[in-house]
Design a protein around this ligand. Structure first.
Ligand code: PHE
Ligand code: NA
Length: 499
């Protein structure tokens, strides 16, 4: 059955695919502002602590699950212990939700790559984005289609479908082998260009000037742990799935260090590029960098267009920036969709083609229904916030605790990981995974839970937060437990690997 599931042809392809998943929108539009907002240069300390005490250790845990049990998230958990299959489906549910809105952001970036050429937003990027482009009404639900989004969104899904149909090596693997080097080249040119803009130095000063006082603030530490989990794509099935496609005798911890290092390097690079550009914008408008610093949708679709309009050779900056978003997003998107396809495929013993169609078409349809209408952006913003806070982090901490304390599998896992690796994954790792990382995560979760209860996120109406935010986060849990009740097409598959 192993051959039927597909495999990466080499360790290098696996590493590139894992980097492809890790390096995404989060590196480019999330990290720079998180670092700036949480101590600037001083953020390097909580960031590295979070990386070493939680990020890398949990990356290894995901690798051990997938590499040892050779299955998708649901199959790996079910093989470990029947009763934990639901955790795998919970992760599948999270990926399903993320995929349907992630595609929309990519569709916008595709449009904006083209808009950059003639700066289609004129002198009002914000009005253009929400008005002419998205045609956003008031927060609520409205089903009027927006063709300028619907068509590129359809194209994004066709591209995803095509890659997924090609399979693990020729689709998932090959797309990263091509896109990651391309991304590095495009992004390095962008960063170098930005560094030569007037005001770039002030931007870098704003990013790197350390605010040591931030280190005593719990929210700063929480931000570091949150960023690391999101950024490394750990804890929600992706790395379990990918490592199930790696040959048995492979140095997994060594690969993990390469992936972690590559991802953090790309975050640093993006921080430099983004803040150099923001420094230029601040200087051009005679304001402080702090007045223009922002992240996410506002950075990419409002601030950057303004920079593109004002900077010399702005069109080049624009095309490189949005093209980078598109390809960085694409390889992450592929990894999210693969979690769902692989889960469905293992459980129902479907062919690659059958499972790909059965999974991708419904996702595409939902994505088009929700995100190509005039209310798309609000739903997207809410789901993104809640699924990151209460989807990814919650399933990560719960599975970590169940594996280490409930099932006590860490000794076996550390033996598995150390076998064939120059890195000894020993007691230090078990302590980090069972104690230090969960404490970090509980802190993040507690703080953001409190925050969301105290103040309604972004002031959205309560019913929208209830339905799409809390409701969405709860729905994936319910889905997880229901999906685990369904019968395995071939129950033998569960016992192929003995633990
Ligand atoms: N790790 C990706 C990033 O930093 C984000 C991501 C989120 C990837 C969800 C896959 C799934 O951008
Ligand atoms: Na990342």
């Amino acid at each position: 059955a192993a051959a039927k599931r597909g495999a990466f042809s080499s360790r290098q392809v696996f590493i590139l695919a894992a980097i492809g998943s890790a390096v995404g929108l989060g590196n480019i539009w999330r990290f720079p502002y998180v670092a700036y907002d949480n101590g600037g240069g001083a953020f390097v300390i909580p960031y590295i602590v979070a990386l070493l005490t939680a990020g890398i250790p949990f990356l290894f845990l995901d690798y051990a699950m997938g590499h040892r049990f050779r299955g998708s998230a649901p199959l790996s958990f079910a093989r470990l212990r029947r009763g934990t299959e639901g955790l795998g489906w919970w992760q599948v549910g999270i990926c399903f939700m993320i995929a349907i809105y992630y595609a929309a952001v990519m569709a916008w970036a595709v449009r904006y790559t083209i808009f950059s050429v003639n700066k289609a937003w004129g002198d009002d990027p914000e009005g253009f984005f929400f008005g002419e482009f998205l045609q956003a009404g008031d927060p609520g639900v409205d089903a009027t289609p927006v063709w300028g989004v619907l068509i590129p969104l359809l194209l994004v899904w066709v591209a995803i479908l095509a890659v997924m149909l090609l399979g693990v090596q020729k689709g998932v693997g090959a797309s990263s082998v091509i896109f990651i080097p391309l991304l590095v080249v495009a992004f390095v040119i962008l960063v170098v260009r930005s560094l030569f803009l007037p005001g770039a130095a002030e931007g870098l000063d704003a990013l790197f000037t350390p605010n040591w006082g931030a280190l005593t603030d719990a929210t700063v530490w929480a931000a570091a742990y949150g960023q690391i989990f999101f950024s490394l794509s750990i804890g929600f099935g992706i790395m379990i799935t990918y490592s199930s496609y790696v040959h048995k005798h492979t140095d997994m911890p060594g690969s993990g260090l390469v992936v972690g290092f590559a991802n953090s390097s790309f975050e640093l690079l993006a921080g430099i590029g983004v803040f150099a550009a923001l420094g230029f914008m601040a200087q051009a408008n005679g304001v402080a960098v702090g007045d223009v610093a922002t992240s996410g949708i506002g950075l990419a679709f409002v601030a950057f267009p303004a920079i593109i309009s004002e900077a010399p050779a702005g069109a080049l900056i624009g095309v490189l920036f949005f093209f980078s978003l598109v390809i960085a997003g694409f390889t992450s998107m592929v990894s999210i969709v693969e979690v769902v396809i692989s889960g469905v495929r293992d459980k129902f013993e479907m062919t690659r083609t059958g499972a790909t169609i059965a999974v991708t078409i419904p996702m595409a349809v939902l994505s088009l229904i929700f995100f190509s209408t005039t209310s798309g952006i609000y739903v997207l913003d809410i789901i993104d916030h809640f699924i990151n806070q209460f989807g990814i982090l919650l399933v990560a901490v719960i599975s970590m605790l169940i594996l280490s304390w409930g099932l006590r599998v860490l000794p076996t896992f550390s033996a598995h990981l150390s076998d064939g690796s120059s890195i000894v994954v020993g007691a230090w790792w078990r302590i980090l995974v069972s104690i230090v990382a969960p404490i970090g995560l509980v802190l993040v979760l507690g703080l953001s839970f409190w925050e969301d209860l105290k103040t309604p996120y972004e002031g959205y109406p309560g019913w929208m937060l209830g339905v799409f935010g809390w409701g969405g986060a709860a729905a994936v849990i319910v889905f997880g437990f229901l999906a685990a009740q369904a019968k395995w097409r071939d129950p033998e598959a569960l016992s192929e690997i003995h633990f």
